[in-house]
Design a binder for this molecule. Sequence first.
Ligand SMILES: Nc1ncnc2c1ncn2[C@@H]1O[C@H](COP(=O)(O)OP(=O)(O)OP(=O)(O)O)[C@@H](O)[C@H]1O
Length: 265
Amino acid sequence: MNTAPVRGAGTDDVVRMTKVLRTYGNDRNRVVALDEVSISFPRGTFTAVMGPSGSGKTTLLQCAAGLDRPTGGSVLLDGQELTGLDEKDLTRLRRERIGFVFQAFNLLPALDVAENVALPLRLAGRKPERGAVDAVLDRVGLGDRKSHHPGELSGGQQQRVAIARALITKPAVIFGDEPTGALDTRTALEVLWLLRETVHQGGQTAIIVTHDPVAASHADRVVFLADGQIVDEVYGASADRIAERMTHLGAWGDRRTAGYAEGAV
Ligand SMILES: Nc1ncnc2c1ncn2[C@@H]1O[C@H](COP(=O)(O)OP(=O)(O)OP(=O)(O)O)[C@@H](O)[C@H]1O
């Protein structure tokens, strides 16, 4: 039995990572992207993952979501151990238990909004339940746009469609890699409020990676990574406090957090 202490571990964890190691390269040029990270994400919470460029944020998200395979350690998602699953079972688990929201929205331009939202169910060979697509589009405030195509929508609306698409399978967890990275400040706030609402009113669990302290301040908890290790976490922190923590991690070399320091965000 693995007895490593796990940050935030509780009785109802949607994701539990224990001593997760992810290395790239060979003995001569080995990069340790995740250095035996142990962390848990409780059900019904919103977590932001921050850290300097190259600190391992995307790797952590991808290992947690079964998109990348750790070199060592264990990842439990909704009670299911991911390490050791074959590609077919991992694909099925991702389709059924996980929602993704990406910086670039990743909608299919040839499909209308309703078809984009229903796509994860279709790919899983399931038909949407009657009214399910309408209900989820209403939830993201786009009930009147279902016949539009992505190209006819603003960036914020497209990201809300992507959130509806992530929610349609009623996933255990929604992962977002810079979900507000391509949006202006006001639109980013709308998307963050929507994510918060799906967590706090809908009982969803959300885990996002962001460089933006303002975005991170909408999460319940912010986890800080440096050099592949979790070095700190804060709960209910303001954007100023998060930015200050990032300063101590030497993150100002990054363009976007530097912008925050100059008051540009
Ligand atoms: N496919 C890969 N091959 C080799 N090294 C990789 C690969 N993917 C990531 N890395 C390395 O692993 C480390 C962590 O990368 P990761 O993308 O997780 O960082 P990040 O914190 O998300 O960075 P950023 O904020 O710049 O997106 C970096 O040193 C990176 O160069």
